[in-house]
Design a protein around this ligand. Structure first.
Ligand SMILES: NC(=O)c1ccc[n+]([C@@H]2O[C@H](COP(=O)([O-])OP(=O)(O)OC[C@H]3O[C@@H](n4cnc5c(N)ncnc54)[C@H](O)[C@@H]3O)[C@@H](O)[C@H]2O)c1
Length: 266
């Protein structure tokens, strides 16, 4: 039997990058995946390539979308075993240039969106989790920035640090529901988020507005050097780390932050 046979998973921000790769990894392990992304075409494209996957587009910074997503997952699958809170993006600048809009956007997508998805899931768990004995999994995506901080990344770092607080608190709250709640904090992973900033177009849609994401060549070189492997991680490296936290073999691990950084410690 495949390790995740019969499991149902929701992955946010799974239209591309780490989320899309994780959707493929969990599907290959036997799970059925609900693919969320604010980018409808990307969500559909991911889901179409995967057996049994379903796409539900939706911008998680719109407060009602989290409830809609959890409702759709339950309606589609009849239950939900794995939630991967992955949607996110970077929008950086030095603090003296940082607008309220930037600050709010980073807290909104990384902290508030995860909170709302988990609150909606918790309402279902409260009524359903104790009817069976299996361990469910939440994997919240954080970053080295949320652990060590990063210059020009103050708001992103604050959002990703909030993910750690959410994870540790919920692990304590949801033991009674038999849910393992962990975070995976990545170092630099080679995606749209970390591709050369100078090279247009690197576009992330923020509340309907296009924004440039990416890193400077200098930042990319620094990110590679930070790892003893002297490279960025691949999306496969990232999906593998998330997968570990979804396996039954990690059932006794909860409230932890797995540092999937290729050894980078800053
Ligand atoms: N790439 C890295 O180096 C790195 C490092 C640390 C943490 N992370 C985190 O990993 C996660 C995935 O990043 P990625 O590198 O795969 O980026 P990506 O841009 O390739 O993919 C992120 C996806 O999230 C979606 N998304 C963004 N805002 C959303 C919203 N409001 N609602 C729904 N979907 C939304 C985007 O449309 C996109 O498809 C993010 O949380 C990011 O902060 C990435």
């Amino acid at each position: 039997m495949q390790p995740l046979q019969g499991k149902f998973a929701l992955i946010t921000g799974a239209g591309r990058g780490i989320g899309a790769e994780t959707a493929a990894k969990l599907t290959a392990a036997g799970a059925r995946v609900l693919v969320n992304d604010l980018d409808e075409d990307a969500a559909q494209e991911t889901a179409q390539q995967l057996d049994g996957a379903v796409a539900i587009a939706g911008d998680l910074t719109v407060p009602s979308v989290a409830d809609d997503l959890i409702d759709a997952a339950i309606e589609q699958f009849g239950g939900l075993d794995i939630v991967v809170n992955n949607a996110g993006y970077i929008w950086h600048s030095a603090i003296h240039n940082m607008t309220d809009e930037q600050w709010d956007a980073m807290i909104d997508i990384h902290a508030s969106a995860q909170f709302r998805v988990l609150r909606a899931y918790g309402r279902w768990l409260r009524d359903n989790a104790n009817r069976d004995s299996h361990v469910r999994k939440v994997v919240n995506i954080s970053s080295t920035m949320g652990i060590y901080g990063g210059a020009t990344q103050l708001a992103y770092s604050a959002g990703k640090a909030a993910v750690v607080g959410i994870t540790k608190s919920l692990a304590k709250e949801w033991g009674r529901f038999n849910v393992g709640v962990n975070a995976v904090a990545f170092g630099a992973i080679d995606t749209r988020l970390t591709s050369p900033y100078e090279k247009e177009p690197n576009i992330s849609i923020v509340k309907g507005q296009p924004r440039k994401v990416g890193l400077s060549h200098e930042q990319i070189a620094g990110a590679k050097q930070a790892s003893p492997f002297n490279r960025m991680g691949t999306t496969e490296d990232a999906a593998n780390a998330i997968y570990l936290m979804c396996l039954p073999e990690s059932d006794w691990i909860t409230g932890q932050v797995l540092m999937a950084t290729g050894g980078a410690q800053s």
